[in-house]
Design a protein around this ligand. Structure first.
Ligand SMILES: Nc1ncnc2c1ncn2[C@@H]1O[C@H](COP(=O)(O)OP(=O)(O)OP(=O)(O)O)[C@@H](O)[C@H]1O
Ligand SMILES: [Mg+2]
Length: 237
């Protein structure tokens, strides 16, 4: 696969959080195609969240290169990197990162506040960004308009997880990364959530990198990547 076809292209990546710490990741090559859905597995502490931080430019590689679409995100800094992230990524964080002083609806619309491109795409889909936010929340089982107006952190953890997913999906970003987005959902809701997420992702043509410990979900994705493949060699004493 050529890099031009990739949503995410990683080469010769090595990463540690601090110079005195052990290597967390050593990935010679990993490419995810535009529109491809990938299930990312690996034991706790194997570096899944670290890898998502590198892909989204929240952390910098110690060595090597991370390309998103046609852009070296590891070369972007400051405001340019924040803008690139807002325009191109939907991110479901492991701990959601919903803003407690905003309502459910405002949290979902936040992605459109930070990116005019996403606001336009959301409006194209449902008339207005708010209309698209309501559509996505409804698709994820949050249909009650009163609930949309409540502060996001007053919701149950499983409901917050779905608000975080709607915030990632709105405005059809070309790359969606989701860090254990089903951990708080019961088994039935989990399968339904993944089915809906994949439908939305296919309709939007987005690439999806989905982290989970739940191997039963893996079959629904185009491909599975296990981070154990990339475990760094132990540092010699
Ligand atoms: N902000 C940070 N600063 C320093 N070290 C970190 C930081 N975040 C993670 N680490 C370390 O990096 C390693 C990988 O952590 P990471 O969170 O990427 O694992 P993970 O695979 O996502 O685990 P889990 O399944 O528990 O979420 C761990 O050894 C962890 O202690
Ligand atoms: Mg993690």
């Amino acid at each position: 696969m050529s890099d031009a076809a990739s949503a995410i292209a990683i080469e010769d990546l090595r990463f540690r959080w601090q110079p005195t710490r052990d290597w967390v990741l050593d990935i010679p090559r990993l490419a995810i195609a535009r529109g491809e859905s990938v299930f990312l597995a690996g034991p706790s502490g194997s570096g899944k969240t670290s890898l998502l931080s590198l892909i989204t430019g929240i952390a910098q590689p110690t060595e090597g290169c991370v390309r998103i679409l046609d852009t070296r995100i590891d070369h972007l800094r400051g405001a340019a990197r924040d803008r690139f992230r807002a325009d191109h990524f939907g991110i479901v964080f492991q701990l959601f990162n919903l803003l407690p002083y905003l309502s459910v609806l405002e949290n979902v619309l936040l992605s459109c506040e930070f990116s005019a491109a996403r606001a336009q795409r959301a409006a194209r889909r449902s008339g207005t960004p708010a209309g698209e936010a309501v559509r996505l929340l409804g698709r994820l089982g949050l249909t009650d308009p009163q609930l949309h107006r409540r502060p996001a952190t007053e919701l149950s953890v499983g409901q917050q997880q779905r608000v975080a997913a709607a915030r990632a999906l709105i405005g059809s970003p070309p790359v969606i990364v989701a860090d254990e987005p089903t951990s708080a959902l019961d088994a039935d809701l989990r399968t339904e959530f993944v089915t809906l997420l994949l439908q939305e992702v296919v309709e939007a043509g987005s690439a999806l990198l989905f982290v989970s410990h739940d191997r039963q979900l893996a079959a629904a994705f185009d491909r599975e990547v296990d981070l154990r493949r990339f475990a760094p060699a132990p540092t010699p004493p």
